[in-house]
Design a protein around this ligand. Structure first.
Ligand code: ADP
Ligand code: GLC
Length: 483
């Protein structure tokens, strides 16, 4: 399958679906390398060997070792392939990764106290594999890092004067990996790099800033977010650095895995359907309502949400709008987890109105698919959204999204009033009033089936596959390789 001219790219990531996924980064780290491989590139992944990953990767072979250094323990590299065929090295270091909890948080939902070491090790191993000191014979031509957990890797390459270029992709600027500057010793950050022209951010050591400062090129996951992070408030204090590096900053819209998200074959939904069999979609609505105990109410528009329940996702706006929202002929199904107060508020609503509101707290891939297929409309009122994947899944599933015009939501949804290609409802201000107005418009449109079907069909026909985005990354790799 590999064509000549393919480049060798190492992806360093803290998560990769289906083995590790806390959000969209897990999806991207799986699907983008696969799409690049299809274009003829040789892409390989590097990720920590969390205990549940080691169970999945039982046949992995030992490919090399990296000795302990300074305050970071030694580790073994295990080599295997992800289910999609992309090769991966897992960093086996029981001292760092084999514990109860998730990738970042302990069982109480609190950050592991030594995350600077856990992800300092990930960053350091990534840089080693891209440098002269690598124990492997395979050497990448570009090191591609994702989010703060890999942010020190571009810095190490520069500290060690290694020529391999690095790309730093921002999936979410709100998570920066900030630690006390005293960690610089154990992380082996030289004194000269501990100031503002280096890893320092308001007196602390910032993994993400390190990546943004030292990487040869920066990308983020939508063109609108690339513009938004160059100013307040979405620059989260890094707007100066980012606007200063504007020439090396590019927004590339994520794609989605259109084989996993295909309503004509999706094994996780109740009834298959497509452009020519749209009416079969209603079987999924019936199944979803039945599963969650909602009334089979022919008049109500069923609104779905699948989301982290956090401030970023505009959950407070939904709660603020709730009483008035429920004066409209709508039902709501919410699947998510996050802030305890939000979880409780949605639980209480479902207890109060079990026929109209269903709340499922947790992470449930199957239910997420059934919601995308069974809901009539999909609500995503994020205050900010670097890209967002659910609004693309929902368009592909004929479930028009209702979104706030920010980041990737603005780049992937066309408002109902915006001409021939309209595929959803977009509101401009992150307020409960604007959200209600958009839901109101959706309800009115839902009452006019020919207009609703036009939105559904437009969304289903959009090309959200990775092909175009992967080609943009490939072009970027060429530019950084050529210097
Ligand atoms: P973010 O990464 O900021 O959470 P994205 O929209 O990029 O947002 O990606 C979220 C991904 O995680 C999507 O694939 C979505 O379906 C999935 N997801 C989020 N919450 C849940 C949940 N509670 N159960 C199942 N899938 C979820
Ligand atoms: C982050 C962002 C989300 C984006 C995802 C994948 O989690 O919050 O908007 O889609 O990364 O890039």
């Amino acid at each position: 399958m590999k064509k000549s001219g393919g480049r060798k790219i190492l992806f360093a990531t803290p998560e990769c679906a289906p083995w590790v996924k806390t959000g969209g980064l897990g999806d991207v780290a799986a699907a983008l390398p696969e799409a690049l491989c299809r274009l003829g590139h040789d892409v390989r992944l590097l990720m920590p060997a969390y205990p549940w990953v080691k169970v999945q990767a039982r046949g992995a072979r030992r490919a090399g070792t990296i000795p302990a250094y300074n305050g970071l323990p030694g580790c073994t590299l295990l080599q295997t392939r992800m289910p999609n065929g992309v090769p991966i090295w897992l960093i086996d270091c029981p001292e760092m990764y084999e514990r109860h909890g998730g990738a970042y948080l302990d069982t109480n939902g609190v950050d592991f106290a030594d995350n600077h070491l856990r992800f300092g090790l990930l960053s350091r191993v990534a840089a080693i594999l891209a440098s002269d000191g690598s124990p492997l014979s395979w050497r990448p031509q570009v090191l591609h890092c994702h989010d703060w957990t890999t942010g020190l890797a571009p810095a190490y390459l520069k500290f060690w004067q290694q020529p391999v270029p690095s790309v730093m992709t921002i999936h979410n600027l709100a998570f920066q990996g900030l630690f006390d500057m005293s960690t610089a010793d154990v992380l082996d950050v030289p004194p000269a790099a501990r100031g503002v022209d280096g890893v320092e951010f308001w007196g602390r050591l910032s993994f993400l800033k390190a990546g943004l400062f030292y990487a040869d090129c920066i990308t983020t996951v939508s063109p609108t977010y690339a513009a938004e992070i160059q100013r307040e408030p979405l620059g989260f204090g890094l707007q100066g650095l980012l606007s200063g590096r504007q020439a090396q900053l590019q927004g590339i819209l994520n794609g989605i895995d259109t084989t996993v998200w295909d309503s004509s074959v999706d094994p996780l939904i109740a009834e298959h359907y497509g452009l020519d069999t749209l009416s079969a979609k209603s079987g999924n609505r019936r199944a979803l309502r039945a599963k969650l105990g909602l009334a089979q109410d022919a008049d109500a528009m069923l609104i779905g949400m699948v989301t982290r329940l956090t401030g970023q996702k505009g959950i407070d706006l939904v709660l603020e709008a709730m009483e008035r929202l429920l004066t409209l002929p709508v039902q709501l199904v919410v699947l998510g987890s996050g802030d305890r107060a939000f979880e409780e508020a949605f639980r209480a609503l479902a207890v109060r109105m079990p026929q109209r509101v269903a709340t499922v707290i947790g992470f449930d891939e199957s239910l997420a698919h059934l919601i995308e297929a069974g809901a009539d409309a999909f609500l995503m009122p994020s205050r900010f959204e670097p890209c967002g994947l659910n609004q693309m899944y929902s368009q592909r599933y004929g479930t028009p999204p209702i979104v706030h015009a920010t980041g990737g939501l603005a780049d992937s949804v066309v408002d109902e009033t915006d001409g021939e290609n309209a595929s959803g409802f977009v509101f401009n201000q992150p307020t409960a009033v604007a959200l209600l107005d958009a839901v109101d418009r959706a309800v009115a449109t839902y009452r006019r089936p020919e207009r609703w079907v036009r939105l559904q069909r437009n969304g289903m026909m959009r090309d959200f596959s990775w092909t175009a985005s992967a080609a943009q990354y490939a072009a970027l790799y060429e530019r950084v390789i050529e210097g």
